[in-house]
Design a protein around this ligand. Structure first.
Ligand SMILES: Cc1cc2nc3c(=O)[nH]c(=O)nc-3n(C[C@H](O)[C@H](O)[C@H](O)COP(=O)(O)OP(=O)(O)OC[C@H]3O[C@@H](n4cnc5c(N)ncnc54)[C@H](O)[C@@H]3O)c2cc1C
Length: 681
């Protein structure tokens, strides 16, 4: 007998209030640079960003008695707090029915290639601890009666390593971690945007940030200098890079900031794209039950005519309906899944409808229309795996909306919060950018190439070509803990008060009183280029032209700078300046990969008339989308990019290996732990 979940329980999992921040510490010290009198704050460690990864790092640092400060552009902004990030990967050995093994899990994490094998093992081993400590802090992860964690199967996951507290899982993580940060009294500077990393050439000595509310005559930009000897970059992913995006608004990440500081980036070629509602309305992924209830998907043209376009792609109604279902756990677009009538043919079809200027909708009040000439949709005519799942779930209702009410009522509640009622109205959606798998290159302790700087969460490039759903949150939690262990386990370096005149001058050189580019035009140009030239389907020509245009933009920015429409826009203007650089870096890496024969993997199909793979639809082959397959050797390598002068310097290196046969031995290995030799300084 199904148990009806009361409304107040659903509400509590959907509307998640955040804790109240404590007042910020006052700043009494100042430094003068470039004609500005700049307030100074000092702490040993500085965490840049207050998403799930940054807060984890801060809490773990403070628990180890490290003097740490958090600064954040927006305390409850970013992807963890604002997106539909609903699941975390975990080691499955905490339930009785399915044993797991850290090596198996590590293999699953790196199965898509280009991921360091040691990193995958670190994330697998660390996952159980990450979950348990979140539960300890109060994260309401669902359990069965005997204490095992409830789990399910998600993207790139064959055994069911995902768990969830509902659609707001990552927001709930932010909530419990923030409450702990507040309880521990960690200084928190909100509405504070880091704009420049300060170094002495060898190591980090601070960060310059902008606080619009602190602008004065002596300090017209509202600059603040945060002195530190360890910096943890946890600024999330570059959500603003693409026009077609399911990231929440205002996610800039830190790729440009890090490039300017001389940090090396890795795997910038790798991202995730998939179906969702865009950030112009309510950004949300349409994965899981939204598609597993098998709604009717159709498009509408300018004249208001409906098109049953999926009927032209699949051969039978059963094949079409079963693949709609599979988008539930094969959510990200994957080039090879366009072949053999698999589930990414749906992404391709939706993308093509968009190119025709049509809007695409999901209707939960209609079952899919039949493929022309075939039998009508029936729950009894589905592929075996799909039929079994729906039967086990007890979802035998006649309409998708009733199946959804039964399987996941929160899915309906969530859109209602944003004034979209999917019980009555079809839902418009598209294929969007959702995640940056690459980022700042780090080692197994989260260290970057610059001493004292660490990166965690989506800012760090720890993932490979694919990542199981939930692996992003897990990586942030595991590496948030690892960097804290490393910083706390290392002797505190002597603080160095390097002058900041150069850093301030660099900012002043960008922000020009007149004659510079304006923010809306930089934004429009970067986002259009990334979505049109580097989306799920691109050609070598698109990428090369995109790169040439991106280089031209950064050259114009160097020559002309940015002119503000109002003084309070300074931080955003600098972030857009950094985004232009980030876009050039992504395109440079992508161009390098494709120029050297790289093929289609993960998020992108590299279309090429000489390609060996050809998507076929019920109506015949799609020659325009013939694509190059991935070369096996590319799975063993990573592309690294850094800014040298005004050029992007690229190199390829083999992934770090992990010797699966090596075994720890207590008596031999304990001294390395006791003497902190494990930190490999
Ligand atoms: C729609 C959607 C669904 C997703 N679903 C899942 C999922 O189910 N499972 C999963 O594992 N992952 C999922 N992801 C990815 C995952 O949510 C993110 O990778 C993760 O939340 C990133 O956490 P983070 O702490 O690194 O960054 P964020 O949570 O984005 O936090 C970044 C922080 O940095 C701050 N910041 C940024 N720039 C600056 C600056 N210059 N100065 C100061 N502060 C700054 C921001 O204010 C914010 O506090 C999803 C992503 C999206 C968009």
């Amino acid at each position: 007998m199904p148990i009806a979940v009361p409304q107040e329980i659903l509400d509590a999992l959907t509307d998640v209030d955040m804790p109240r921040l404590q007042p910020e510490p006052g700043l009494t010290e100042t430094v003068t640079a470039g004609g500005n009198v700049i307030p100074v704050h000092r702490s040993r460690a500085l965490v840049l960003g207050s998403g799930a990864a940054g807060l984890r790092a801060a809490v773990e640092l403070k628990r180890r008695d490290v003097d740490v400060t958090i600064l954040s552009q927006s305390a409850w902004g970013g992807t963890s707090a604002c997106s539909g990030s609903d699941k975390q990967t975990l080691h499955t050995a905490n339930t009785a029915d399915q044993g797991d093994n850290f090596k198996d899990m590590a293999r699953a994490l790196r199965a898509g290639g280009a991921m360091d094998e040691d990193t995958a093992y670190v994330e697998a081993v660390g996952s159980a601890r990450a979950m348990a400590s979140l539960q300890y802090l109060g994260l309401p992860l669902p359990q069965e009666r005997l204490g095992g964690t409830l789990r399910y199967q998600t993207d790139h996951d064959e055994v069911g390593r995902a768990t969830s507290c509902g659609p707001r899982t990552s927001r709930l993580m932010v909530k419990v971690l923030a409450a702990e940060a507040i309880r521990l009294g960690i200084p928190f500077f909100n509405l504070t945007t880091a704009v420049r990393i300060v170094t002495d050439g060898d190591r980090v000595t601070g960060v310059l940030a902008i606080r619009a509310k602190d602008r004065t005559e002596d300090n017209p930009l509202g600059l603040v200098l945060f002195r530190c000897t360890s910096l943890v970059i946890a600024a999330g992913g570059p959500g603003e890079l693409y026009r077609d995006s399911v990231f929440p608004n205002g996610c800039f990440g830190s790729l440009g900031l890090a490039l300017e500081a001389g940090l090396e980036m890795v795997n910038l070629t790798e991202s995730q794209f998939g179906i969702g509602t865009r950030r112009e309305g309510f950004p949300w992924n349409l994965s899981g039950t939204y598609v597993q209830v098998i709604p009717h998907i159709y498009s509408v043209d300018d004249a208001g005519n409906e098109h049953h376009f999926l009927g032209e792609y699949y051969r039978t109604t059963q094949e079409m309906a079963s693949n709609i279902f599979r988008k539930g756990y094969q959510w990200p677009f994957h080039a090879t899944r366009m072949l053999d009538f698999q589930s990414s043919l749906i992404d391709l079809a939706i993308f093509r409808e968009g190119q025709k200027g049509r809007r695409v909708f999901m209707d939960f009040n209609r079952n899919p229309l039949p493929v022309p000439g075939d039998l009508p949709f029936s729950l009894d005519r589905l592929d075996e795996d799909v039929h079994r799942y729906l039967t086990n779930a007890g979802a035998d209702h006649a309409l998708p909306i009733d199946r959804l009410k039964h399987m996941n009522p929160l899915a309906i509640e969530l859109y209602r919060r944003y004034k979209i009622d999917i019980v009555t109205d079809p839902l418009e959606f598209a294929v969007n950018n959702q995640h940056m798998n690459g980022g700042i290159a780090v080692d197994v302790w989260g260290r970057t190439n610059l001493t004292g700087i660490y990166a965690v969460g989506e800012a760090a490039g720890t993932h490979g070509v694919t990542r199981p759903g939930g692996a992003a949150l897990n990586a942030g939690q595991v590496f948030g803990t690892r960097v804290a262990e490393h910083i706390a386990g290392s002797a505190e370096p002597e603080a160095s008060d390097t002058p900041v005149d150069q850093a301030v001058a660099a900012l002043q050189a960008i922000l020009r009183p007149e004659g510079g580019l304006d923010v809306p035009s930089i934004r429009a140009e970067v986002q259009a280029r990334m979505s049109d030239r580097a989306g799920i389907l691109c050609t070598p020509g698109d990428i090369a032209e995109g790169l040439a245009e991106a280089r031209a933009l950064t050259a114009r920015l160097r020559a002309q700078g940015v002119t503000l429409s109002r003084p309070s826009e300074a931080a955003r203007a600098l972030q857009w300046h950094q985004m232009a650089l980030a876009s050039e870096a992504v395109l440079a890496a992508l161009n390098h990969f494709v120029e050297n024969g790289g093929g289609s993997r993960g998020a992108r199909a590299i279309c090429d008339p000489n390609g060996d793979a050809l998507p076929i639809t019920a109506k015949g082959p799609l020659e325009k989308y013939r694509f190059r397959s991935e070369r096996a050797e590319d799975m063993q390598n990573q592309i690294l990019v850094r800014l040298e002068g005004t050029d992007m310097a690229l190199r390829t290196r083999a992934i770090r290996a992990f010797d699966e046969s090596a075994k720890a031995f207590f008596e031999r290995d304990w001294p390395a732990w006791l003497t902190a030799a494990i930190y490999d300084r």
